[in-house]
Design a protein around this ligand. Structure first.
Ligand code: COA
Length: 155
């Protein structure tokens, strides 16, 4: 049970060992995502949120901050994974909230993500809205989702 857990934001250098262990268990072993698709060129430039129960890492997610001037205020969230025994206890929500808070502190006004269909209700709890058609990614059905922050509505 994740009675007491902490969320830390780390660079890829500091996060990779623990983040990859979680992603391997959840995406590669549980969901059958091909191992060669799991790590990509974005990991080193992302901010990574890690959830800890005591000293054990139990969940992870990442935030890709904009690198193109034209999309300065749009960031992408991804690789959201919580170990199965710790799900439905608020860990995923805390990871997502931490990344949204981090993005807002960097003037992000819109967050985007590719949601597995089964995870859409989870993201909706945080205010994300599904857009567009269903498509395949790594053999799993996905839809795009977006969240616009209150900042994006200010004049
Ligand atoms: C999706 C995932 C990260 C959610 O993490 P979690 O720790 O279980 O989520 P939380 O406990 O913080 O849930 C937050 C809210 O969403 C709800 N929720 C979580 N998963 C849900 C689901 N699959 N369907 C419906 N509601 C869900 C919870 O009930 C909770 O609602 P509440 O605040 O009213 O109680 C986790 O299920 C997971 O790792 N799944 C496997 C990997 C995956 O599919 N990742 C998403 C890739 S797009």
């Amino acid at each position: 049970m994740a009675d007491l857990y902490a969320i830390l934001i780390k660079s890829w250098n500091d996060a990779q060992k623990e983040a990859f262990a979680i992603r391997k268990t959840v995406f590669i072993e549980e969901q059958g995502v091909p191992e060669e698709m799991e790590l990509d060129e974005f990991d080193p430039i992302c901010q990574h949120a890690l959830a800890y129960e005591n000293s054990r890492c139990i969940g992870t997610a990442r935030l890709i901050l904009p690198i193109e001037a034209a999309n300065r205020q749009i960031a992408r969230i991804g690789r959201m994974a919580v170990l199965a025994p710790y799900r439905k206890q608020g860990v995923g929500k805390s990871l997502l909230s931490a990344l949204i808070k981090l993005g807002i502190s960097k003037d992000i006004t819109q967050f985007e993500l590719h949601a597995q269909l089964s995870a859409i209700p989870f993201y909706e709890q945080l205010g994300f809205i599904a857009t567009g058609n269903v498509y395949d990614e790594a053999g799993i059905a996905h839809r795009d989702m977006i969240l616009q922050t209150p900042l994006s509505q200010s004049p």
